[in-house]
Design a protein around this ligand. Sequence first.
Ligand SMILES: [Zn+2]
Length: 68
Amino acid sequence: MVCFCFLVDQKRVVRRSKPLAGTCSRCGGGASVADMRTATRFCYVPLYWKSWKAVVCTFCGAILKSYR
Ligand SMILES: [Zn+2]
């Protein structure tokens, strides 16, 4: 019997961030530029990492803008 595991998830990690002039459109909190890393995992085993940049809210964590 073959058992397939379709447990794929993505984990988002903020590697570093620095404050940015601007506010969040959702909560009014401070925005910051962050180096993000997204890990795509299959059965909790990381398959690949993707690095990207985004402007995120430091208060609610909303992604206000993303760069590729
Ligand atoms: Zn916010």
